[in-house]
Ligand binder design. Structure first.
Ligand SMILES: C[S@@+](CC[C@H](N)C(=O)[O-])C[C@H]1O[C@@H](n2cnc3c(N)ncnc32)[C@H](O)[C@@H]1O
Length: 240
């Protein structure tokens, strides 16, 4: 099978592999009034950095899922080492193995964009409790892109479409969410300017990393630099 951008993130064990990283996650979570009673689903948890942070900071009841075996292995290792009571499952966000109305908060940190977003958003809605919220931090096109630029983005990330803010809001609404607001937004260009030592991503590299994954990450960095003013992220908060 062809190697993907997600394979590169998994082999390098990049934590906080979403725009804004853990720093943005911390800021956004402060607004969510989490407690030890809150049931959280970290959907597409990667190496488990956010799930771990939520348990340590808020003692919430966290379930984490992912489909990538190496991500799951690294998340499992993290939770075991830190003795964290996170329920970890191998499962797809497109078909969640949970009952309706199971969670108060579903977190999708740079995950929905890599999936069939209509299926995924409907699943998020289904598993949310009536007053529950979805928090989605997703790559968003800031400005019109040329056909060549679009092709490059789809190729590097293995996605089928790059969405604008308007597209995301429509998809979230079409999935059945009652309302959606944007909690935070930034272009890649502004994000790069605001990087500090604190925002350096966590790494947990595998012993053997296929060389092709270096090329994929190089392409990713080149792309985000070339299109820094045209790409960005939004934090979407959608209510059931
Ligand atoms: C860009 S990474 C973000 C990881 C993590 N949320 C973070 O911020 O560090 C995307 C993650 O989504 C996971 N993923 C992709 N498709 C998925 C699916 N259908 N179901 C569950 N996880 C999926 C990948 O394995 C990967 O861990």
């Amino acid at each position: 099978m062809k190697s993907s951008y997600e394979d590169a993130l998994a082999y390098y064990g990049i934590g906080g592999a979403h725009p804004g990283g853990l720093n943005l996650t911390k800021k956004v979570l402060k607004k969510m009034l989490l407690s030890e009673r809150t049931r959280v689903l970290d959907a597409g948890c990667g190496t488990g950095q956010t799930a771990s942070y939520i348990v340590k900071e808020y003692s919430s009841k966290v379930t984490a899922i992912d489909v990538h075996p190496i991500m799951l292995q690294k998340a499992h290792h993290r939770f075991t080492l830190d003795r964290l009571p996170v329920k970890l499952h191998r499962a797809s966000v497109e078909l969640l193995p949970f009952k309706d109305e199971s969670f108060d908060l579903v977190l999708s940190e740079s995950v929905t964009a890599f999936t069939d977003k209509n299926k995924t958003l409907k699943e998020f809605l289904r598993v949310l409790k009536p007053a529950g919220s979805l928090l989605a931090i997703e790559m968003t096109a800031e400005k019109p892109l040329t056909e060549d630029e679009k092709r490059r983005i789809l190729e590097v990330y293995g996605i089928t479409r790059i969405l604008t803010e308007k597209d995301w809001l429509k998809s979230i609404k079409d999935a059945g969410f009652a309302n959606c607001r944007i909690l935070s937004s930034q272009s890649v260009s502004d994000n790069l300017k605001s990087l500090t030592a604190e925002t350096v991503p966590e790494l947990n590299p595998s012993q053997h990393i296929p060389a092709v994954l270096d090329q994929i990450l190089t392409e990713h960095y080149k792309l985000t630099t070339d299109l820094a003013k045209k790409l960005g992220y939004r934090v979407y908060e959608a209510k059931r």
